[in-house]
Design a protein around this ligand. Sequence first.
Ligand SMILES: NC(=O)c1ccc[n+]([C@@H]2O[C@H](COP(=O)([O-])OP(=O)(O)OC[C@H]3O[C@@H](n4cnc5c(N)ncnc54)[C@H](OP(=O)(O)O)[C@@H]3O)[C@@H](O)[C@H]2O)c1
Length: 216
Amino acid sequence: MTRTRIHNLSISLDGYATGERQTFDEPFGHAGHRLHEWMFATRFGASMFGRGSGTTGVDDAFAQQHEPGIGAEIMGAGKFGPPGWQDDADWKGWWGADPPFRTPTFVLTHRPRPPIEMEGGTTFHFLDATPAEALDVAREAAGGRDVRIGGGPTVVRDFLAAGLVDHMHLVQVPIVLGRGVRVWDGLEALEQDYRIEAISAPSGVTHLIFDRTPRK
Ligand SMILES: NC(=O)c1ccc[n+]([C@@H]2O[C@H](COP(=O)([O-])OP(=O)(O)OC[C@H]3O[C@@H](n4cnc5c(N)ncnc54)[C@H](OP(=O)(O)O)[C@@H]3O)[C@@H](O)[C@H]2O)c1
């Protein structure tokens, strides 16, 4: 049975996974890079963003789980580009010619466009569909492997609310953002559907693993 997985979703202590006022120059709005400094420091982050060698401890061990067994990704329009990218016919995402997904990647948007084939195995497909419909399409494309829900927080929240997430790795970063887009709104008692483990890392972040338990 294939699973629907979330990895490396970084949230502040007050539950925000991105800041306010996302722009082309500030993809995370006023949060800057503070949500992801833990990842940039790891070997995983260093190789993804081309910066030095990176650490190989607890944070790296979790970060590396982003890749194995994934056959497709679903992301929101807010992750794919800054507000208004739909008006730019040439916008192909933040990641350059060779994006790090290397699978079919489904962008949920109310303004879909034809697919874009990138280098390295990533093809962006644009879907206006419910979470359940999008998951069916992504599963088909994933060829028996798992589907990753790549964010941002609005899409993560919608998939959690629909009961479609089997495994979630959250990284709670010890910062208070105060404003932005929160993950938890409307998800009261979500913890009752999951077995949850927390592991503190020397970097100061807490890794939270949610594994879905069968409904009673
Ligand atoms: N903290 C992390 O680890 C992490 C991870 C990934 C991304 N991010 C950040 O999160 C931010 C983006 O998150 P977000 O919550 O603003 O947006 P998002 O979840 O990426 O996308 C939400 C948007 O996707 C479209 N959409 C969602 N569901 C849809 C559906 N069922 N059918 C059609 N379209 C649908 C809508 O856009 P339209 O109506 O405009 O089409 C909606 O406004 C960015 O700043 C990104 O950098 C953070």
